[in-house]
Write a protein that binds this ligand. Sequence first.
Ligand code: OKP
Ligand code: ZN
Length: 342
Amino acid sequence: MKTVFSELHALQQVDTEFYRGKWVDAFEIPRRAELVLDAVRRADLGPVIEPEHFDLAPVLAVHDPAFVRFLETIWDDWAKEVGEIPAYPNIWPPRRTRMIPTVRPGAELGRYAVDMSSPILKGTWQAARAAVDCALTGASLIEAGESAAFALCRPPGHHAGRDYFGGYCFLNNAAIAAQWFRDAGADRVAVLDVDYHHGNGTQDIFYDRGDVLTVSIHADPVQDYPYYIGFADETGAGEGLGANLNLPLPWGSDFVSWGSAMDQALSRIRAFAPDRLVVSLGVDAFEGDPISRFRLQGADFTEIGRRIGRLGLPTLFVLEGGYAVAAIGDNVVNVLQGFQAA
Ligand code: OKP
Ligand code: ZN
């Protein structure tokens, strides 16, 4: 299968992040993408191609226009007022706040950010757009007849909602691709999120829709990020009732429990009978991940790929998290090779 990759990911680069009350070495670093790319090349998975450039229409098909405009312009506004340093929120609107228009950059940041993990830099918009281009180029390969593609996206996307960003994510690459499949003629699309963290942004975007099934296997939000969403009783709303499946698991889960959650996920997807599958491929369920607490082994990722492959669906893999830099490449490639061997 082809891998779609853009060097522009490196424009999103910080040395530190605020973690448990301290500034520590950043986890979401450019090296992650470089190591995944190296592993793809070493494994001879297939050609690595540059993305085509897409206009904003597919982004605006899932994200709020004012939010998109904010992402596009906030760096300039911030840099003018504060200087060329990473833009972080330090104030948030409390509950019951009237969402009147905000003007000053600090107010804008708090309005759209859900946490402090995703600073806006000079190149953030360009990097986020390039990640979307990778996802959409992968989707268009599938539309052109390929059975699968790998969008090596960075920054990741699954925590970005209709009008918010956070968790290292700015634009929701997987959701944008899923909607693009719909607009290209697919009647039903499923998104399977295997990242350790709940795909809250993707859930948010499709929550009231019955045409896009969202399924996520993740750490129990009682214990881990994103804390406020991702519970099993969130099953969708309105037309989307029954089209969201959350499978939270406790810290320490290994592939015995993870694998049986996956079987539930897969049988739901089979019953939904989608025309296309988007996989939010985070590999931070790995035992050695520095910010996660599941216990998947390298070989388990091969089995994940194999089970996804047995669905027999045209499948777009979109990279999300995974922070054990020594293993991230192998874990991602294991999924893709498992898929191909299915
Ligand atoms: C992004 B992705 C946990 C701190 C979490 C943000 C995590 C974002 C993960 N104590 N900080 O889903 O891998
Ligand atoms: Zn994650």
